[in-house]
Design a protein around this ligand. Structure first.
Ligand code: ADP
Ligand code: ASP
Ligand code: MG
Length: 412
């Protein structure tokens, strides 16, 4: 029988009534003749609450115990949804990540999936059960509970779909699909019928949280069709597909933002060969992620070096930056967490000039100062003051005509 994997996010399972509603959708799929594996998140707000408790208990929560704690949210939801299905007359069985055979490495709170032993899931499906799996979690080879990082249930779902060779992985969420920009920030955002894996990867890497980036990587690698759609409507959502299946190649297809970054500046760093390597090597050795980097023009043999890191890593990066600054004889180190990164993304940008110009002009017309710039073949990112995030997204969305008919690139 064809297998469908359905993932429901936190808002979709936010209370008892919503879990009952999810059960109805699962039953409809089962009735249509599919084997169904459901992957669920914790109820809305629960994971944040658990993370808060861990941070209240300890300044540096022990990694293993942190995962034991934050994984409990999903365990509540699998049990509740299985009860709802059983009460409606449909045999269902809940599985923790470990019980479902999700084997990961030992990197607590950011574990990577090594393999999925699907035997237990397959046995339950063969027994005509609906399989309900806790997302976001797995276990290492010693049986320790691990978690996959925030938003990780998306990755659990697509990985399970790949392992079971499912027909589709449906990602049910609180919006109707993937939009040209966050519909909660840009009211005129337009739903995309299709988006390529590569564009979705770029959007996810730039902060669009509708899909966790690793889920898109799994989808691309194993060819899993991903259908992002709303829990609360029957409408078709957005299909994430290979680029060759795309109907149109857009110059700019979306505007994204990421508020979760902070900026670090090392002032008056001696401008000699090897300095950048000396600055960034210890930061990456500590497992910290540097994103945008800008070095100012050298003045009298010194220059300022500015870079961004995820906001939650700022406290770890600063002492390292201070130490390097002292060693290298720089003047000082400063930081700023009031920034946001706003990006325009589009596969068609590869062969189109003028996107950067239009982007910078639009921001300048709104009086928004650009603090840093970063480009790749298919995106341009700028760092601005965080308070201008909405204004920047809306005006760029308008400037690139994303709310109306798509801007289609010429054939060549
Ligand atoms: P879930 O709890 O279902 O996993 P998330 O909150 O992780 O849901 O992701 C859905 C949210 O992603 C939406 O509510 C929306 O605000 C946000 N989002 C940001 N950018 C986009 C976009 N381009 N298209 C759709 N949703 C987006
Ligand atoms: N509950 C986890 C989180 O909030 C995983 C997820 O929802 O995808 O990050
Ligand atoms: Mg999510």
């Amino acid at each position: 029988m064809p297998i469908v994997v359905q993932k429901f996010g936190g808002t979709s399972v936010g209370d008892i009534d919503r879990i009952r509603h999810v059960a109805k959708r699962v039953i409809a799929t089962k009735r249509a003749g599919h084997d169904v594996v459901v992957v669920v998140s914790a109820m809305a707000g629960v994971t944040d609450h658990l993370v808060g408790l861990a941070n209240e208990m300890s300044d540096a929560p022990h990694a293993r115990e942190y995962d034991v704690l934050v994984s409990t949210g999903e365990q509540q939801t699998v049990a509740l949804l299985s009860m709802a299905l059983q009460d409606a007359g449909f045999p269902a069985r809940s599985f923790t990540g470990a019980q479902a055979g999700m084997r990961t490495d030992q990197a607590h709170s950011r574990a990577r999936i090594r393999r999925i032993d699907t035997e237990k899931i397959r046995l339950a499906l063969a027994d005509d059960q609906v399989v309900v799996v806790a997302g976001f979690q797995g276990s290492d080879d010693d049986g320790n509970i691990t978690t996959l990082g925030r938003g990780g249930s998306d990755t659990s779902a697509v990985a399970i779909a790949a392992a079971l060779d499912a027909d589709v992985c449906e990602i049910y969420t609180d919006v109707e699909g993937v939009f040209t920009s966050d519909p909660n920030v840009v009211p005129k955002a337009r739903k995309l019928d299709r988006i390529s894996y590569d564009e979705m990867l770029e959007m996810a890497s730039l902060g669009t949280k509708v899909l966790q980036i690793r889920s898109v990587k799994f989808g691309k690698r194993y060819g899993v069709p991903i259908h992002v759609r709303s829990t609360f409507s029957e409408k078709e959502g957005t299909w994430v597909v290979p680029e060759t299946e795309m109907m149109e190649s857009l110059v700019v297809s979306s505007v994204t933002y990421n508020r979760n970054e902070a900026k670090v500046t090392i002032h008056l760093l001696p401008d000699t060969p090897g300095v950048a390597a000396q600055v960034f090597a210890p930061i990456s050795e500590a497992g910290l992620l540097v994103d945008v980097i800008v070095q100012n023009v050298s003045r009298e043999g010194h220059s300022d070096l500015t870079f961004t890191v995820p906001r939650e890593q700022l406290a770890q990066v600063l002492p390292i930056a201070q130490k390097i600054a002292e060693e290298l004889g720089a003047e000082s180190v400063s930081s700023d967490d009031g920034i946001a990164k706003v990006s325009v993304v589009g596969l068609g940008m590869k062969d189109h000039a003028g996107v950067a110009g239009r982007m910078f002009r639009t921001l300048s017309n709104e009086g928004i100062n650009i603090e840093m710039i970063n480009t790749s073949e298919i995106k341009i990112s700028v760092v601005i003051r965080e308070k201008y995030t909405e204004l920047a997204c809306r005006s760029l969305h308008e400037a690139f005509g994303l709310g109306d008919a798509p801007m289609v690139a010429e054939e060549h």
